[in-house]
Design a protein around this ligand. Structure first.
Ligand SMILES: Cc1ncc(COP(=O)(O)O)c(C=O)c1O
Length: 436
């Protein structure tokens, strides 16, 4: 019996709690590189990349081969019980790749949120302090500390409190919304005046490009100022590279654009090309603060995921994906900015490498976010065979996370659908579809 998306969606809605969100009723049968096919045989271009997990594409042959070979040997022993060389080799490689001159050490965990949780545990153990500062609009995950650090109430925090204490938020610098680097830094000084003295702050955590929050790029001078502030007060600077890492922004890690060294970095998503693996990598003296047994997890550093991650790192290098990210980004920005000239709904197009975003607004006004149009665009694009992902504090940003292994033809075809769908939705007779 052939399955339909409609039937599966009905079963999904009955089987899953509604808290588990779902963007598209498209049930995947198979996927390869930047394309996927649903159970009805329809082809889609994938501009979502499993939310930034697939920088090396769906089932990259080298990742697939590495995983298949590992499956011939063993699938799990637990890294904390009887370890294996692939995990050690991966840790050595990540320690080398993490920017900056200080000697590094690593830990592996399974999800991004876990990496964030552990970064705060390590920072607290190292400093003996409790306070943590994060940024408004930031996203760090769905576990309790990660939720507390996340700067967006609905849907991530509403109804789930109380949260861990001693977490504070400062505004992220977003030029498009009138928040300058200076204002953000002044807000941090105000926090130190109003809420917590710097000597009690264990960590400042920041995304170098805000992911879920709307792909706002932290200006290098802001990250450099945070580095100075942390040095001045003995605060651990945690850079959350979970969405930005592994060539997405045109460098292995986005922080390289600012030329600073993090104290700790959180990594996940594209690290293992679709297999669950996350890491904290940081300065060895800080990483070694928690005692033996204080860090870890049953599946942390799964041998399957480690095999995949070693292949991912090799692919990033051999296929020069950092360079490729720059090319893809330039193509996307060029096309979208050209389209913006005749599509006033496009308020801003911004990018760091291939981390590209398009913000949709009403009347050309940054303060009038158009979440309805954004939603309608993801729907219309899917009807035309393109998977798009939205984000943003106000739900009005399309984020582009096409695999960096995608061909120029696929990138252009996908962009064509974006522009065509947006044109259809914003011409007068089709306006009704936005409200539908
Ligand atoms: C910057 C950032 N940090 C943390 C997380 C949480 O990762 P996970 O969903 O694997 O727990 C995400 C997920 O989107 C993220 O983008």
């Amino acid at each position: 019996m052939t399955k339909s998306n409609h039937d599966l969606q009905g079963r999904r809605d009955a089987a899953f709690a509604r808290g588990l969100g779902n963007q598209l009723p498209v049930y995947v049968e198979r996927a390869r590189n930047a394309e996927l096919w649903d159970v009805e045989g329809r082809r889609y271009i994938d501009f979502a990349g499993g939310i930034a997990v697939l920088n090396t594409g769906h089932l990259h042959p080298k990742v697939q081969a590495a995983v298949a070979s590992q499956l011939e040997r063993f699938s799990h022993t637990c890294l904390m019980i009887t370890p294996y060389e692939s995990a050690v080799e991966l840790a050595e490689k990540l320690n080398k790749l993490a920017p900056g001159p200080s000697p590094k050490k690593a830990i592996f965990v399974t999800t991004g949120a876990e990496a964030v949780e552990n970064s705060i545990k390590i920072a607290r153990a190292h400093t003996g302090r409790s306070g943590v500062i994060a940024f408004g609009g930031g996203f760090h995950g769905r576990t309790f500390m990660a939720m507390a650090l996340t700067g967006k109430v609905a849907p991530y925090k509403a109804g789930f409190g109380p949260f861990p204490a001693e977490v504070f938020h400062a505004p992220f610098p977003i030029a498009y919304h009138g928040v300058s680097v200076q204002q953000s830094l002044e807000a941090l000084e105000h926090l130190f005046k109003y809420d917590i003295e710097p000597a009690r702050v264990a960590a400042i955590i920041v995304e170098p490009v805000m992911g879920e929050g709307g792909f706002y790029i932290a200006p290098p001078e802001f990250l450099q100022a945070l580095r100075l502030l942390c040095d001045q007060h003995g605060i651990v600077l945690v850079i959350d590279e979970i969405q930005t890492g592994f060539a997405r922004t045109g460098r292995m890690f986005a922080i390289e654009h600012a030329g600073i060294e993090a104290d700790l970095m959180t990594m996940a998503k594209s690290l293992a090309g679709g297999f669950p693996l996350a890491a904290v990598v940081g300065k060895a003296n800080i990483m070694d603060a928690p005692g033996p047994g204080g860090l870890g997890g049953t599946y942390a550093g799964s041998p399957i995921a480690c095999a995949a991650a070693l292949a991912v790192l090799e692919v990033i290098e051999s296929e020069r994906l950092c360079e490729r990210a720059g090319q893809i980004g330039r193509t996307m920005v060029g096309t979208l900015r050209e389209a913006a000239k005749s599509l006033p709904a496009i308020g801003e197009v911004r990018a760091l490498g291939a981390m590209v975003a398009m913000e949709l607004v009403k009347n050309g006004d940054p303060h009038q976010p158009d979440a309805e149009l954004t939603k309608a665009l993801t729907k219309r694009a899917a009807e035309k065979g393109l998977v798009l992902l939205s984000c943003g504090l106000y739900g009005n940003v399309i984020r582009f996370l096409v695999p960096l292994t995608a061909s120029d033809e696929i990138v252009r075809e996908g962009l064509g659908i974006v522009v065509e769908a947006l044109r259809e939705l914003t011409t007068v007779p089709a306006q009704a579809a936005v409200n539908a």
